[in-house]
Design a protein around this ligand. Sequence first.
Ligand code: ADP
Ligand code: MG
Length: 300
Amino acid sequence: ATPTAILVGTTIGAEKGLLIKGGDILEQVKNLKTIVFDKTGTITEGIPSITTILSFHPEFNHQSILQIASSLEMVSNHPLAQGIIKQAQNQSLTTLKTHELSAVSGKGVKGIIEINEQLSWFYLGNPSWLEDHQISITTEILEQVNPLEAQGKTVVYLAQNSHIVGVIALGDKIRPFARETVKNLQNMGLEVMIMSGDRPDVVKYIAEKVGIEQYYGDLTPQGKCDLIQQIQQKNPHQLVAMVGDGINDAPAMSTAQIAIAMAQGAEVALKSAGIVLTRGKLPDLITAINLSKMTLKKIK
Ligand code: ADP
Ligand code: MG
């Protein structure tokens, strides 16, 4: 009766917004101990919109900062890129001609743009991205950025050659029922945590909003993998699940024993995940766990 029970389990799953790939995954859920969430696109909706633009250079007003930023973001598929490009389009800003555009996941984008008949390198991204290019952040700039991050806003820096000319802050809505889902998971005895590439202050703000006490920020895609491996090695019989959207967390998802993907996520994530939340609704996670337990009981 085993295959039948599993078939029943996966079929019920499909009706409830879950794509469960095979019976193994249902059995693994039984030993689940830790659930790791990505922040952007998983706990939050992953549709960031601009809340603040600050200029630190008289030659660059808000509009030109936005225009340069969106021109650079053309090379990226990151949710932040989409938020910035959308805002530029809303303001009917044209895309500037760029050269040598490139993106590094978990860091930012760069390219050469001609401004006032002069070519310069522009960089857009997080502090680690600036550091890679020997660009330092002054305390004056930090003083203006810190309160934005403390409010949960993701701040990206725009630099021309070696100087920061402005910043863009973006906010992202927390998904419906995130807090309730976390509470439910905790009540099941699971450890819940967030791992993010975003700044620790931003992660802290979001984590507190949804009731998660363990959170990690400033992680590279590889850093997320390393941390998951550490947790797994501590207790090999207690499994770790990673819930993500595959944007900068695909490696972490394949490192975790159980990968759970959000429906709107990157294709790699949808392909490699054992469970897909096809409606993109966090409470469906609870259904997935309950369903696995129910199916296992039927098998026995
Ligand atoms: P998360 O773990 O929250 O999904 P990511 O690892 O995707 O975060 O990104 C980490 C950080 O790197 C972002 O918060 C942002 O500061 C920076 N970053 C990544 N991609 C881009 C991009 N295309 N444009 C600007 N900044 C970026
Ligand atoms: Mg993400």
